[in-house]
Design a protein around this ligand. Sequence first.
Ligand SMILES: [Zn+2]
Ligand SMILES: [Zn+2]
Length: 337
Amino acid sequence: MKAARLHRPGEMSVEDVAVPIPGPRDLLVRVEAAGICGSDRHMFRGEYPTALPVTLGHEFCGIVEGVGEDVSQVRVGDRITADPNIACGHCDACRAGRVNLCANLQAIGVTRDGGFAEYVVVPEGQAIVLPAGLDPLLGAFSEPLACCLHGLDVARIKPGDSVAVLGGGVIGLIMVQLARLAGAGSVVLSTRQAPRRELALSLGATHAVDPSAGDAAAAIRAIAPEGVDVALECAGVPETFSQALAVVRRGGAVVLFGVMAKGTTVAVEPFDLLVREVRLESAWLNPHTHARAAAMIAAGQLKLAPLISRIVGTADIPAELMAEPRFGDIKVMVRPG
Ligand SMILES: [Zn+2]
Ligand SMILES: [Zn+2]
């Protein structure tokens, strides 16, 4: 089968490899769709540790074509999404139920071979069965949506709250929808690209501002003079983190969600955060949220199709990861074969 394998940072090739053999508790899954994620770019550049060599791809959906002898719940023919993050179950964090903080975390598409291939092996316990008739391109959103749901959980948005979403990529555009579903009274999105602002307004944002037109925090404060109840940092750059701190109201919450490259630092004024009692949260991965994400997708609660900007083949993956994201791209999906 063809697989996109990362050998060293910046060095990836599409090659013929053997179809993997599932262990007793594993599923052999034929990949139907896999999303290219910002984290894949970080891994490609060596900014996020991976096993080497490894087949990347942690956001995928596919059909079960083989099962190990001890598999009991999932059947051949099922369409599944995989929670890529495999917790050890016995470290302190796992015992406390905080599986995303597992000291021995393994991940499909990071520390073991993932979904940028025709087939991938998934432990049965990581699989969630999707409806048979579901479009696999939508099923492949389960992992990013699960991460967003964790962000929403820690944000604790209350009905009627005002929310600012800083960053209009796929995460920001999912967060806009989740904030409205959580009952937010107003949602303002900040992003440079005009088509993304228009899309956000069609997906439920009440306002959209252009940070390249001036001071983004001032533009948001013009809409919410007292500041917003919740600011979600979804771009993973220092500017949006600073903006989130600047637009949150007294007693409000800032959620750090975007992934900044390791080593990046941001200046903050502790006195300001202290006297405004800003609740600073961070949301990492998808603890206990993958099944909820799959349920939301199965129920059609989110508009995800408008977030797919291009569909490419496995052979295109190295070039996609080498290039900067193209203007207008939101989510690039891979369909193997
Ligand atoms: Zn991802
Ligand atoms: Zn653990």
